[in-house]
Design a protein around this ligand. Structure first.
Ligand code: PAF
Length: 277
């Protein structure tokens, strides 16, 4: 597996490739990321995983400095998974000068995660566009774990007519249902055993909806209150239409439950799609 650190080296290396797939990450690679690489390999002969902890998408409270950086370990895992190239620019490569041009996403980016992490999606859209310009892949894979991010990047790609096929990947979960995330390592033992409750709560909503319940607001409220009783600090648990992440209209059949809540000092997010027959 090749490791490339500069934009010029990457451009030179990719100049002879016809079809590539990009897997953008911030490192701290786990099985969730490796599943993206696997999907990438099915799409294109050359997979480029990018590792760049993007300062622009962190607000102060998100703590850019504490984001786990595990480069050697990441490379080992990526090589085993069959990844071809790791592109790991430093800040001087990606932001040689302070970034003054931004991709400003529409209203959907102000809701849900955007409400609790102002400016987050502006930072994500800006760096993803820049990475796309650098790598110029035909395909790019993003996990459904960051459901809102995936939706926004799809729209960004469409609206800016970027010739890139955005591929989504199912969330990879631990045996007890907890979605894999770089943040899970910050959970204490007790918190780790409590953590699957977020997913369980969403599953209950799914069962209720599939059983015919349509009192969405009441279900959202009950889910939040139930998590709070177990010590969670709930930002939101909401039922939305998969498309546009707006409130569902009557008869809407493609739904998604989205949730974000903090356990101790670790904020977890998760989601669950519901397709009503
Ligand atoms: O999902 C992530 O890890 C990041 O938001 C991304 C897409 C790599 C942009 O920095």
């Amino acid at each position: 597996m090749e490791v490339i650190r500069t934009i010029s080296d990457l451009r030179r290396r990719l100049s002879t490739e016809n079809e590539t797939c990009c897997v953008p990450t911030m490192g701290n690679i786990h099985d969730g990321h490796l599943s993206l690489v696997k999907i990438g390999k099915e799409r294109a002969p050359t997979v480029i995983t990018t590792i760049f902890v993007n300062r622009l998408q962190f607000s102060q409270s998100d703590d850019f400095a504490h984001y786990p950086r595990t480069f050697d370990d990441d490379c080992e895992k990526l090589a085993v998974a069959g990844n071809d190239i790791v592109f790991c620019p430093d800040e001087d490569q990606m932001y040689p000068e302070p970034q003054l041009f931004f991709i400003d996403p529409p209203k959907v980016a102000k809701r849900l995660e955007g409400r609790f992490r102002p400016g987050h999606f502006r930072g994500v859209c800006t760096v993803v566009t820049k990475l796309f310009n650098v790598v110029q892949p035909q395909h790019a894979v993003f996990g459904k774990k960051d459901y809102q991010q995936l939706a926004i990047i799809r729209e960004l790609t469409e609206q800016l007519a970027l010739p890139i096929n955005i591929v989504s990947a199912e969330t990879v979960r631990a045996e007890d249902g907890l979605a894999l995330s770089s943040r899970n390592r910050f959970l204490t033992e007790t918190e780790r055993s409590e953590a699957p409750r977020l997913r369980d709560t969403m599953n209950k909503i799914k069962t209720a909806i599939l059983d015919g319940d349509r009192k969405y607001v009441a279900m959202e409220y009950a889910a939040g209150a139930s998590l709070a009783r177990y010590g969670w600090n709930v930002d939101y648990v909401v039922i939305r239409a998969q498309k546009g992440l707006r409130r569902p209209t009557e008869g809407e059949s493609k739904l998604v439950v989205l949730g974000a809540a903090t356990l101790g000092s670790t904020r977890l997010i998760d989601n669950l799609e519901i397709n009503v027959e």
